[in-house]
Write a protein that binds this ligand. Structure first.
Ligand SMILES: *Cc1c(COP(=O)(O)O)cnc(C)c1O
Length: 372
């Protein structure tokens, strides 16, 4: 058997459970583009109800979910969307809203907690006075949990406040809720309440929830009808896709209740990392399933550290030279967390020892002109 790997790079590495595979094998399917697939219809209705919206649409990825949502809201050329400068849509979705949708992004500074200041949002809304110069603001996007702030949650009060601003200015609010269930569990707020102010929400099924493929968009019936047309335009109309929705149904049914365990393990990993002298974690920032930690020793780089960890079958992601991201998910047990911590400690020892050795070498005859 292959050696056990503790993969802390992302929650996208989760593989479908036996129950998901069984549900996929047993799924009743049809042509979802032509007449609708019964398993898809059931799953979409279930997700709409769960999220407190009229309708839902299954799409292949979170990127397509966001793209379809933004383009559905901004179906007039010259539309502008206000979004965080550190948001997933702005940074990691190939600029699709601009290159495919012709939508102009108006980035607003993201705070370390994943919010944008309310007054900055308000200031970014284009005034009708400058109509000869300006694109037209049509949409505000929020992200909950916010991935680049380490999976921090936007509160229901904040989301409501932004929703209120959007409504009062005739704008729509889209919520990138790739990990909205993590936020709901961490905040103890029912997910339908948490997204109430949003006109549309995208939800990833293949991250912490563990489905093999897919995202859903939820919103009003009219919105989803338009979104469905766009999904087809973008090549996202799929045929016997009930096999995927069957797995997604099991993911939502079985995994949401386990997310709290991921969050507990993230806290315990953060505490353990904080005990290692060369690392520091802002424990307060660990709200869900991610831990971002900083390396405070000048001799250690994140890249070297992650390389050494990999040799011990622990995988983590460098974020920058001095910062590392680890993500918890349902394949990571309490003992995996303990094992990972031990490996982090050993890796630090190895790195510091290696450093003394190289210093030693540098003192004497170096091996080559580059000093190694
Ligand atoms: C992963 C992610 C997406 C995109 O999902 P893909 O399925 O990878 O395309 C969108 N938003 C956030 C916040 C994400 O973490």
């Amino acid at each position: 058997m292959a050696a056990r790997v503790v993969d802390l790079r992302a929650d996208t590495v989760t593989k479908p459970t036996e129950a998901m595979r069984a549900a996929m094998a047993a799924a009743d399917v049809g042509d979802d583009v032509r007449d609708g697939d019964p398993t898809v219809r059931r799953f979409e209705a279930e997700m709409a109800a769960l999220m407190g919206k009229e309708a839902a649409l299954f799409v292949p990825s979170g990127t397509m979910a966001n793209l379809v949502s933004v383009l559905t809201h901004c179906d007039v050329r010259g539309s502008e969307v206000i979004l965080g400068d550190d948001s997933h849509i702005h940074l990691y979705e190939n600029g699709g809203i601009a290159t495919i949708g012709g939508v102009h992004p108006r980035p607003v500074r993201s705070n370390p907690d994943g919010t944008m200041d309310i007054d900055r949002i308000v200031a970014a809304i284009r005034s009708p006075d400058g109509v000869i110069y300006y694109p037209t603001t049509r949409l505000i996007c929020l992200e909950n949990t916010h991935v680049n702030s380490g999976g921090r949650c936007l509160s229901v009060e904040y989301t409501d406040k932004v929703g209120e601003i959007a409504r009062s200015r005739g704008l729509k609010l889209h919520l990138d809720g790739a990990r909205i269930f993590n936020a709901s569990v961490a905040l103890g707020v029912p997910v339908d309440r948490l997204v109430k102010a949003a006109d549309s929400v995208s939800v990833c099924l293949s991250k912490g929830l563990g489905a093999p493929v897919g995202s859903v968009i939820v919103g009003s019936k009219a919105f989803i009808d338009k979104a469905k047309f766009l999904r087809k335009t973008l090549g996202g109309g799929m045929r016997q896709v009930g096999v995927l929705c069957a797995a997604a149904h099991v993911a939502v049914r079985d995994t949401v209740g386990k997310l709290a365990d991921d969050h507990r393990r993230a806290k315990s990993l953060a505490e353990g990392l904080n005990k290692i002298e060369q690392f520091t974690v802002d424990s307060a920032s660990v709200e869900t399933n991610m831990v971002f930690f900083d390396i405070v020793d000048s001799r250690i780089s994140s890249y070297k550290l992650c390389q050494i960890l990999e040799k011990r079958n622990v995988l983590a992601n460098p974020r920058s030279l001095k910062s590392v991201r680890v993500v918890l998910h349902y394949h990571i047990s309490d003992s995996d967390v303990q094992y990972a911590l031990t490996c982090f400690e050993k890796a630090v020892e190895e790195l510091l020892m290696g450093d003394t050795e190289s210093e030693h070498l540098a003192d004497g005859a170096t091996k080559n002109s580059y000093g190694y």
